[in-house]
Design a protein around this ligand. Structure first.
Ligand SMILES: [Zn+2]
Length: 96
């Protein structure tokens, strides 16, 4: 990812992630740092803001060669744990 705002490591699987923010809502969102062909997140000019792409945006992005990304929720082996809070999954040795 160009001009990565904040590279971090997933607390669960140790993968590199990049913290971005959802446009308007300002919700922090962890992204995988590398673009993927079937991604659904587009980077906005105003970093670190991103947007969940609509079907049309994805079509355009593919046509224009724009990079698409996915949230780390999707690729993380512990993805289900992320749903419990936006601070990320707990480590195996942590308890609720
Ligand atoms: Zn992870």
């Amino acid at each position: 990812m160009r001009k990565a705002a904040a590279v971090a490591e997933c607390r669960s699987c140790g993968a590199k992630i990049v913290w971005a923010k959802v446009h308007i809502t300002e919700t922090p969102i962890p992204l995988d740092p590398d673009p993927v062909p079937n991604g659904n997140i587009v980077l906005l000019r105003k970093r670190p803001y991103v947007e969940v792409a609509s079907t049309n945006q994805i079509k355009d992005a593919k046509k224009n060669g724009t990079d698409l990304y996915v949230t780390h929720f999707v690729t993380c082996p512990s993805g289900d744990k992320w749903k419990h809070g936006r601070r990320g999954p707990k480590r195996k040795d942590e308890h609720d």
